[in-house]
Design a protein around this ligand. Structure first.
Ligand code: PGA
Length: 256
């Protein structure tokens, strides 16, 4: 990453893991591990663990995020959580448009865009996920797919607001599969995303946006990925559930 222009952020995505006692134990283990990190440290946890996480991370450098947010303020949306409900308990970040939500829960670029705008309006920092499917990569349309997602997901988002957003490039074929994009593949797409942002918002704004890589990032491959100039941290699934592994990633982002 380019440290002069932006901050690397390592964000854990716990997905549907950890009961409350398990969450407490992991956060207690994470605190000393994260203490010296100079990169941003975020843990995105299930809704039921948010209050616990906010409480236990008070006074530390660990920030808390949710894994989804609804775009309406309130109303008949059974099972959903609004942005205000998150901010009122001290949540600062939220993952939006993760490929699992797109794949299993009917998330579309339109709803990603609505959620992103609702999150920003409430003062949450969105971590917006984009990424191509394996067959899209095979058909050599990765850049078209990414360009379309960036256009749609950030439709009508101002320059001021894009600066508060994080973009996570997560090739769908690399998520939870143990298969990682090579450092060159990750850099190529992260740079492409930055170029798309530069076209819309200008180079200065584009240079200030944190663009993460996500997809099987782990202690073995993180140094090479994080050494790429346009890879500004990572969105981490599996490796965020083990404090020691997460610590290696934080060190790599801190030193990289
Ligand atoms: P993974 O998940 O690190 O387990 O591949 C990443 C993600 O889904 O955000």
């Amino acid at each position: 990453m380019n440290k002069e222009l932006r901050q690397a952020v390592i964000a854990g995505n716990w997905k549907m893991n950890k009961t409350r006692p398990e969450a407490k134990a992991l956060i207690e283990e994470l605190k000393p591990v994260a203490e010296k990190a100079t990169c941003g440290v975020v843990i995105c946890v299930p809704f039921t663990n948010l209050e616990t996480a906010v409480e236990l991370t008070k006074g530390t450098n660990i920030k808390v995020g949710a894994e989804n947010v609804h775009f309406e303020k309130s109303g008949a949306f059974t099972g959903e959580i609004s942005a205000d409900m998150l901010t009122e308990i001290g949540v600062e970040y939220v993952i939006i448009g993760h490929s699992e939500r797109r794949q299993y829960f009917g998330e579309t670029d339109e709803t990603v865009n609505k959620r992103t705008k609702a999150a920003l309006a409430a003062g949450l920092k969105p971590i917006v996920c984009v990424g191509e499917l394996l067959w899209e990569r095979k058909c050599d349309i990765t850049k078209e797919v990414i360009a379309r997602q960036i256009k749609l997901d950030f439709f009508d988002v101002s320059a001021e607001d894009i600066k508060k957003s994080i973009i996570a490039y997560e090739p769908v074929w690399a998520i939870g599969t143990g298969e990682t994009a090579t450092a060159e593949q990750a850099e190529e797409v992260c740079l492409f995303i930055r170029e798309q942002l530069a076209e819309k918002y200008g180079k200065e704004v584009a240079d200030s946006v944190t663009i993460q890589y996500g997809g099987s990032m782990n202690p073995k491959n993180c140094a090479e990925l994080l050494a790429q100039p346009d890879v500004d941290g990572g969105l981490i699934g599996g490796a965020s559930l083990k404090a020691q592994d997460f610590g290696v990633l934080l060190d790599a982002a801190t030193n990289g």
